[in-house]
Design a protein around this ligand. Sequence first.
Ligand code: ZN
Length: 376
Amino acid sequence: MKNLKSLSLIFSFILTTTLYSQSHSHISAQKKISYPDIDGYQTLSSDLHIHTVFSDGNVWPTIRVQEALLEDLDVIAMTEHLEYQPHQKDLPHPDRNRSYEIALKEAASHNLIVIPGSEITRSAPVGHNNAIFISDANPLLDKEDPKTSFNEAKKQGAFVFWNHPAWYRQSSKGIPIFSDFQQKMIQQGKLHGVEVINEGAYSEEAFALALEEGLTVLGNSDVHDLIGWDYLDKHQTHRPITLIFSKDKELKSIKEALFEGRTVAVFNNFWVGKEEFVIPLLKNSLSVENPHYLDQSEVLELTLINHSSSDLLLENQMPYSFYFNPRVFTVPAMGSITLQIKTLEQLERIELKFKALKAYTAPKDQAVVSWEVTVD
Ligand code: ZN
């Protein structure tokens, strides 16, 4: 009896360690974030909302750079709260640019762009807003009138976006309260974007607002602790990111892309963005290999390859059914799936058509892609 018990203990230990090492290797294999370019633009992965000990975060700025390098991000923005300084007693710092300066120095020998920014922090209806591409954070600090901060941001040519507008601590229904303040800021060219994804929270209403008001769609981590703990360990996924479609990897081009709204927000295998960017991203994320008929049959077999870091959940939109798979299936991130399509006759060409069920082009619409493939 005793032996049996210890044997089962050993067995469960082996099972646990095997399971652990499997899931662990899965994470490390997926650590690098990668998405294909689209026509005319490079696809840059970014996180534009990051905190350190220089506001209410819990790590030094150099760690933020190392985390970004680990996930292979192209761009980060340092966005400390200007006003909220809980570590100030231990870490007095009259210069609000320090976090950026330290991160910039750390990133200097790496292929990572660091953008200077600040978070303008107020209660509703103003809420929290990030100003990035600023030249000096200090003049933005005005504890009284938020308009002074917005005016200064505009003077510095900053790109400004509304953070987590659906945050339940500022809007108890979890729905953005679009006030006169935001309206005025947009009219005056002082507010240009909105986070539709912040931490793990996705706001359909913020996405609708972005489309209605012509605001740039953003997804960011707003990280305060370690990225590895908050996302890779806890959720087995990457941080929320903003894919930026930029002419090149220069600061000037990235800024231009953000002002022109060339982005897709990505988190946990789902995408949110304007159709004109989601569709080409999806199209370039998929390719087909070896389309051929099985023996003398009318069953066409092909391999669908996914070149992105997101698992793609697709629904068959063709007039044909599959031989093995149901009509909804997943092509794993950086992986592939083999499909057998019952075309009823041997075709020389076939139009593949899929709906990506987690790629949103409007709050209730998902992207559909189709392309023609010649059979071998
Ligand atoms: Zn924040």
